[in-house]
Design a protein around this ligand. Structure first.
Ligand code: FAD
Ligand code: UDP
Length: 372
């Protein structure tokens, strides 16, 4: 008899498996319908021996010391600060938009003070910042919004920024200085030997059994367990009772080129050209040295594996109905990006899983006291 059946071996499932097995000595069965662990963070060596991320670029960053320290038990790190260029008006310029972006784009030599004045002069004041359009035009005005955000967002989400919550484009700040890092978090690093190796170390505990290529529905009536932790899409769990929750998908096109460097930055965004949104060159992320280089293109799709919840009010309403069902299913705990329908980064999923672990362990201590 397993204490827990954990559905999904991504961050949510693996953190909980590790904590339950190592701290509470629980017997855990973790299943994934894919043929590998690590969920969307999975990385592997491709046919040319280059470390690539199968499901698009994954860069670890967090302000949460406890999350960083927790993961540090399972990996050493490589210092890495992510940088992105955007292809706009025939030039490659830094995104997030900063002082250098404006100077390069318009051939100017503004100071930080002057660029702040420039933003103020072009910004469109808004009483309320509700949508992803409001966030950008209220800071940098319509022209920059159209050059950098409108078309990228339409491509990525098949929706106008005015139809999406503010939280989506608010992920990308605007700066008046020359800082060209994509993230400013305190901790920014890549697992030295890759994400998959880190997951392998999380899941080595003898109390953990792993079953791959297995949908939980194939085994849940055959293998006995006490409680379930579910990290797949929440609407699927309830057989789409209230209809499908929209998730956005991507198609990844991986390529290897017979030269050491393909592009000028780890990621180049293409807001206005091409059907793909961005190209990632993995060797920048991993620091690997190799005479060839591997890249990935991301083509947004409606159909396919669910990768992104779509943050907008009607979806939040529909999710609430599924959340109510989830809350009324006490022996199943819903954790992670798909199961809680949140546009979470990896560190937020780890934090959420650690919180659920604390709840499960305090519930357990309470039961021990009551049963005494
Ligand atoms: P997942 O990793 O999706 O794991 C869920 C697992 O459950 C999957 O492996 C799935 O196969 C399995 N599963 C589902 N249903 C079943 C079933 N019925 N039976 C068995 N198994 C099932 N975050 C960052 O912090 N930095 C980044 O740079 C970053 N870049 C990203 C780029 C892209 C293109 C994407 C899509 C995401 C990115 N993220 C990034 C987010 C990150 O991938 C997620 O936060 C994290 O992987 C979510 O972990 P999870 O465990 O919730 O879900
Ligand atoms: N975005 C954009 N232009 C860019 C970069 C981002 O319009 O050059 C918008 C777009 O809507 C995107 C969102 O900001 O989906 C969040 O960007 P992020 O890079 O965080 O996306 P992720 O890495 O999660 O795909």
């Amino acid at each position: 008899m397993f204490d827990y059946l954990i559905v999904g071996a991504g961050f949510a499932g693996s953190v909980l498996a590790e904590r339950l097995a190592s701290q509470l000595e629980k017997k855990v069965l973790i299943v994934d319908r894919r043929n590998h662990i690590a969920g969307n963070a999975y990385d592997h060596y491709d046919d040319n021996g280059i470390l690539v991320h199968r499901y698009g670029p994954h860069i670890f960053h967090t302000n949460a010391r406890d999350v960083f320290e927790y993961l540090s038990q399972f990996t050493e790190w490589r210092r890495y600060e992510h940088r992105v260029l955007a292809s706009v008006d025939g030039q490659l310029v830094p995104i997030p938009i900063n002082l250098d972006t404006i100077n390069k784009l318009y051939g100017l030599k503004l100071t930080s003070f002057q660029v702040e004045e420039f933003f103020a002069s072009v910004a469109e004041p808004r009483d309320q910042i509700l949508t992803s359009e409001d966030v950008v035009v209220s800071k940098v005005g319509r022209e920059l919004y159209e050059k950098f955000f409108r078309n990228y967002t339409r491509k990525q989400w098949d929706m106008d920024p005015s139809e999406l919550d503010r939280s989506v484009t608010a992920r990308v700040p605007t700066r008046i200085n020359r800082d060209d890092r994509y993230f400013t978090d305190t901790y920014q690093a890549m697992p030295l030997h890759g994400f998959t190796r880190m997951f392998e170390r999380m899941l080595t505990n003898p109390n953990i059994r792993i079953m791959l290529n297995t949908d939980y529905r194939e085994i849940m009536n055959v293998i006995p367990f006490k409680e379930m932790i579910y990290t797949g899409p929440v609407d699927e769990f309830f057989d789409y009772r209230y209809g499908k929750l929209p998730y956005r998908s991507l198609q990844f096109k991986h390529e290897t080129h017979d030269k050491p460097v393909f592009q000028d930055a780890p990621v180049v965004n293409y807001p206005n050209e091409h059907l793909y949104t961005r190209i990632t060159e993995f060797k920048y992320l991993t620091g690997q040295e190799h005479n060839k280089t591997s890249i990935v293109y991301e083509y947004p799709r409606a159909e396919g594996d669910p990768y992104y919840p779509v943050p907008r009010p009607e979806n939040a309403e529909l999710y609430k109905k599924y959340k109510a069902l989830a809350d009324a299913t006490p022996d199943v705990h819903f954790v992670g990006r798909l199961a809680t329908y949140k546009y979470y980064n990896m560190d937020q999923v780890v934090a959420q899983a650690l919180t659920i672990f604390k709840q499960l362990s305090s519930k357990e201590s309470l039961e021990v006291v009551i049963n005494r």
